[in-house]
Design a protein around this ligand. Structure first.
Ligand code: NAD
Length: 367
């Protein structure tokens, strides 16, 4: 990583925003700083053709600002495709707050962040993500209406994670149907990496169906707790990527399918909640395809959360959100079939269909 500029040549290499590898036609990037509360945040608005850019706020202990910027660029772009493929009239956006949420987050910092969201007059609408909670969204809602995922007591849709998990479960079943010929997960060995808000509910659905679930998380106390609660096994192997399982479900952070892991993976299906699971969507998507591993595109199957919060804007209830989320099963199978007939990766297939929707809308509105 280059942080200092010494020559004109280097200057060219490090164009700090538009020159980033993850910068792909983003409309607006907003850097937010407040000295008093210590807030350092970046809001990324990737595309607003289909509607306002909606996406959660992630609070994370990034090693440096480059990492945070890269994350917000990748995540906000992912949201454009996620909403487009899910048929929602929303654009793609995301925000990151730099810092460990367990240590530096304060009510004042969150309020200040809400004021920044408000200053964008609805071009960006926020929600929860890793490191932020429904309580934080309620606090943001005190200073702006451009927030979703607020408490049910405030008329919101509450925590989106259980709906996200339901969608991932549906996508996983569709992938199993495609790869194994049946969507019945009974007896299937599933490794869930990351058993936070989404991972836990996914484990619940899987164990209810009789899948043989193994779990892993950085938080050992939580691993013990969830293993006991759902009768899941704790993964004890040396390397989870080469684990002998049928399905790998990444539910922690992104880029776990990368140069180091992609050729080790023994699972025949990858289906999980984490955003941006493929470190390089072209290269690693192709290797998975060549190896016959069915990859359920992350932004397609983890859309339950956004489908749920969109109800707050579009005016539908939880039952409708679950019904729409269940449809992820059908969409996933359609994507697999489109990928097969066009001989492209499943990730590319989902991207193409999402991008088409954005392009069509752009054409319509230009008329
Ligand atoms: P969470 O913070 O509740 O849980 C994440 C869990 O992953 C934590 O328990 C953490 O300890 C664990 N973890 C982090 N790094 C790990 C590692 N290297 N190995 C093993 N475990 C690790 O987050 P969440 O809300 O459950 O979301 C999980 C993922 O799904 C994130 O990538 C998030 O962006 C994505 N996602 C979430 C939603 C949602 O509705 N919450 C929606 C779409 C996508």
């Amino acid at each position: 990583m280059i942080t200092e500029v010494t020559t004109a040549n280097e200057l060219h290499k490090i164009d700090p925003v538009f020159g980033q590898v993850s910068f792909k036609d983003h409309e607006q990037i907003v850097f937010c700083h407040d000295k008093d509360t210590g807030l350092k945040a970046i809001i990324g608005i990737h595309n607003t053709v289909l509607g306002p850019a909606l996406g959660g706020t992630r609070m994370w202990k990034y090693a440096n600002e480059w990492e945070a910027l890269n994350d917000v660029l990748r995540l906000s772009r992912g949201m454009t495709f996620k909403s487009a493929i899910s048929g929602l009239d929303l654009g793609g956006g995301k925000a990151v707050i730099i810092g460990d949420s367990k240590i530096v987050k304060t009510p004042e910092m969150i309020t200040k962040f809400g004021e920044y969201v408000n200053s964008l007059s609805g071009r960006y609408i926020t929600a929860e993500d890793v490191g932020t909670t429904t309580e934080d969204m309620d606090r943001i809602n005190d200073v702006t209406k451009f927030v979703t995922g607020i408490s049910e007591s405030r008329g919101g849709s509450g925590n989106p994670s259980p709906v996200t998990a339901y969608g991932v479960y549906m996508g996983m079943k569709a992938a199993a149907k495609y790869q194994f010929g049946t969507d019945n997960l009974e007896g299937k060995r599933v490794l869930v990496q990351g058993i936070g808000n989404v991972g836990e509910t996914l484990v619940k659905h899987l164990t209810n169906e009789g899948a043989l679930v193994q779990i892993t998380d950085l938080n050992e106390a939580r691993v013990e707790e969830i293993a006991k609660k759902y009768n899941a096994q704790i993964f004890t192997g040396a390397d989870l990527y080469s684990a002998d399982v049928d399905i790998y479900a990444p539910c922690a952070l992104g880029a776990t399918v990368n140069d180091e892991t992609v050729n080790k993976i023994k699972a025949r299906v990858i289906a999980g909640a984490a955003n941006n699971q493929l470190a390089n969507e072209v290269v690693h998507g192709q290797i998975l395809k060549d190896r016959g591993i069915v990859y359920a595109p992350d932004f397609l199957i983890n859309a339950g959360g956004i489908i749920n919060v969109y109800g707050e804007i579009a005016g539908y209830d939880k039952a409708e959100a679950l019904k729409r989320t269940e449809n992820i099963y059908n969409t996933t199978l359609e994507i697999f079939s489109f990928a097969e007939s066009n001989n492209i990766t499943t990730h590319q297939a989902a991207l193409n269909i999402a991008q088409n929707r954005v392009d069509e809308r752009k054409k319509e509105t230009a008329k």
